[in-house]
Design a protein around this ligand. Structure first.
Ligand code: NAD
Length: 263
């Protein structure tokens, strides 16, 4: 297939589900998968301002196949229909990446039950829904990755206790699924991104915003914030046969941010 590599990583011919695929890390992953010969069903949230057709076009330009399918991870029926699309379009399902995520900034005093539940519906329950639905369809084994965060996965983050709790919860969920699904030949791992330049981190209201990101980049050992492709390639690795004996683990992709001794 044109545009694919000749690496023997077992990915060529595989089919993947990726939630939150219209932008950021999910969109970059569609291209990374296309280069490896993986066909991707990209989930997009209806109403999200990013056009999923662009992500599909980029994957096709990289020599691969991709389709965009609506998927709201807060709706179990939507998630199941998204999973079905893998078989409908490509005839099989091997890989799933629970990447969709939402962010909300709220101090503890403002963290109503409703606000807490709304965020966890996406960032934790949405991950369970995605992995549960996919696992039922992965009849020939495979691999799954959930996207956590250094917020919760490693650090705490003020005004983001609900986000951090969800992202921390993802790690326990994935470790447990790694044990439970191993007899079926399914591996499960988490990726913990650091500061990555995407629409989420560029959000001035709920995250660092453009200026905050640039300023933070100077404090990262790598000297800059990360690019979505750099997380995508880590996810691609974990779902490939190059990671065939890795399960239940967390891979931090942060340019050294969390291992730096404080000045
Ligand atoms: P992004 O905003 O580009 O991507 C998030 C995607 O999730 C969007 O496409 C959005 O439409 C989708 N989404 C939101 N709610 C959804 C729902 N209910 N159902 C389905 N999709 C939904 O930002 P990103 O940085 O690429 O985020 C990808 C993942 O990486 C997220 O889980 C995020 O929390 C995580 N993460 C990002 C960073 C960073 O610095 N950018 C750091 C750590 C973790």
């Amino acid at each position: 297939m044109s545009g694919t590599t000749s690496r023997d990583d077992g990915l060529a011919g595989k089919v993947a589900l990726v939630t939150g695929g219209a932008s950021g890390i999910g969109r970059a992953l569609a291209v990374a998968y296309a280069r490896a010969g993986v066909s991707t069903v990209l989930g997009y949230l209806p109403g999200d301002p990013h056009d999923p057709r662009q992500a599909v076009a980029e994957a096709e330009a990289a020599g691969g196949r991709a389709v965009a399918v609506a998927c709201d991870v807060t709706d179990p029926a939507s998630v199941d229909a998204f999973t079905d699309a893998a078989h409908d379009h490509f005839g099989r399902l091997d890989l799933v990446v629970a990447n969709a995520g939402a962010l909300d900034s709220a101090a503890l005093a403002d963290l109503s039950d409703d606000r807490w539940h709304r965020l966890l519906e996406v960032d934790l329950t949405g991950v369970v829904r995605t992995l549960r639905s996919a696992a039922a369809a992965m009849t020939g084994g495979g691999a799954m990755v959930a996207v956590s965060s250094i917020a919760g996965g490693v650090y705490g983050w003020q005004q983001h206790a609900h986000y951090a709790a969800a992202k921390s919860g993802v790690l326990g969920l994935v470790r447990s699924l790694a044990v439970e699904l191993a007899p079926r030949g399914i591996r499960a791992n988490s990726v913990i991104p650091g500061l990555i330049e995407t629409p989420q981190s560029l959000d001035e209201e709920n995250s660092l915003g453009a200026q905050g990101l640039t300023a933070a980049g100077g404090g990262i050992p790598a000297g800059r914030v990360g690019r979505p492709e750099e997380v995508a390639r880590a996810i691609r690795f974990l779902t490939s046969d190059d990671a065939s004996y890795i399960t239940g683990q967390q891979l931090v992709v942060d340019g050294g941010l969390t291992v730096r001794f404080p000045d």
